[in-house]
Design a protein around this ligand. Sequence first.
Ligand SMILES: NC(=O)c1ccc[n+]([C@@H]2O[C@H](COP(=O)([O-])OP(=O)(O)OC[C@H]3O[C@@H](n4cnc5c(N)ncnc54)[C@H](O)[C@@H]3O)[C@@H](O)[C@H]2O)c1
Ligand SMILES: O=c1ccn([C@@H]2O[C@H](COP(=O)(O)OP(=O)(O)O[C@H]3O[C@H](CO)[C@@H](O)[C@H](O)[C@H]3O)[C@@H](O)[C@H]2O)c(=O)[nH]1
Length: 331
Amino acid sequence: MRILVTGGAGYIGSHVVKALGEQGHDLLIYDNLSTGHDWAVLYGRLEVGELADTRRLDEVLQAFRPEAVLHFAASIQVEESVREPLRYYRNNVANSLNLLDAMERHDVRNLIYSSTAAVYGIPERMPVDESLPLNPINPYGASKVMMETVLRDIADARENFRYIALRYFNVAGADAGNRIGQAYADATHLITRALKTANGQYPKLSVFGTDYPTPDGTCIRDYIHVDDLADAHIRALNYLVETGKTEIMNCGYGHGFSVREVVDVAKKVTRIDFPVEETERRAGDPPELIADSSKLRRLTGWLPRHDDLEFIIRTAWDWELKYRSLLKGKV
Ligand SMILES: NC(=O)c1ccc[n+]([C@@H]2O[C@H](COP(=O)([O-])OP(=O)(O)OC[C@H]3O[C@@H](n4cnc5c(N)ncnc54)[C@H](O)[C@@H]3O)[C@@H](O)[C@H]2O)c1
Ligand SMILES: O=c1ccn([C@@H]2O[C@H](COP(=O)(O)OP(=O)(O)O[C@H]3O[C@H](CO)[C@@H](O)[C@H](O)[C@H]3O)[C@@H](O)[C@H]2O)c(=O)[nH]1
């Protein structure tokens, strides 16, 4: 298939591009490189472009004529979205509308959309299935709910438009071949932040809140390896093209780890007893998020291959060491 991948030079997009490329698809990656990297695009052609640039989008869709779009490009940090809501609504909503407009003009009918567990806010039961109400507690989650609403309405209005929204839980780990991984000079995600602390980039790791209603008082998350998530995209795309059915599916393993448990495994994998301090809660954090992904499994046959926190953190650590050398110009 000819597939346009927005945000394909970023962390998750680059792993999905790798998986699609291995299957021989014809790929065009559209990315402004604001947080992505040209070297992370292992397959296909990279077009450095901005979603706000509607003329450029038109030219690209006209020339490439994609049969499907995978839309990863977004701003992704929960805490930043609380401080800068307008920037989040502009990039995640207004710029996504530009893409959908262009897709309509060029009759592109299939879309895989990157949604998030943040749409659920503080869910009323665990694990979280797709039928639970959407009550985002930060602008990032709200921007994704808005886009899910827009997609639903377009699919209702246009008979030949269909999409799958994948709601990712906490994505972590890196390519087992150690070619790509999460590549930000600064880190906000727990696992990457812990590994950069082990590596000496930060003096200590903060544990945000120890008074949550969880067994050890710290937040619990469902960490999914990025290559398993990439496989979920391949399967979702096949399902979409074969059945023509619009769906929304959670992506996670169905069990979680507390912040303290993640820190313990990070220390074990790195063999470094890095300093940890317990601090106040971080704004916008729900106590627990665990996916019920039985729909994804049932409809697409997806099965996790890397459901092992130690493996996830080991691949992230191998990548972190390589990325540090890359930053220092040693690779
Ligand atoms: N990382 C997670 O744990 C997680 C969890 C749930 C959902 N998601 C979603 O997955 C998607 C990918 O996230 P990621 O972790 O790979 O983030 P990322 O920042 O690594 O990737 C985003 C990519 O989009 C590009 N981009 C951003 N704005 C753009 C614009 N206006 N025009 C063109 N390109 C633009 C960036 O340069 C980058 O390459 C996002 O939609 C995010 O909301 C991520
Ligand atoms: O230095 C740190 C960083 C994080 N945490 C905690 O670790 C947990 C996980 O935090 P983080 O890795 O930042 O991920 P989330 O805030 O859970 O959000 C991620 O996972 C969501 C889906 O669950 C996605 O929507 C978001 O895009 C993605 O950033 C939270 O309880 C944080 O408070 C710390 O204690 N110290």
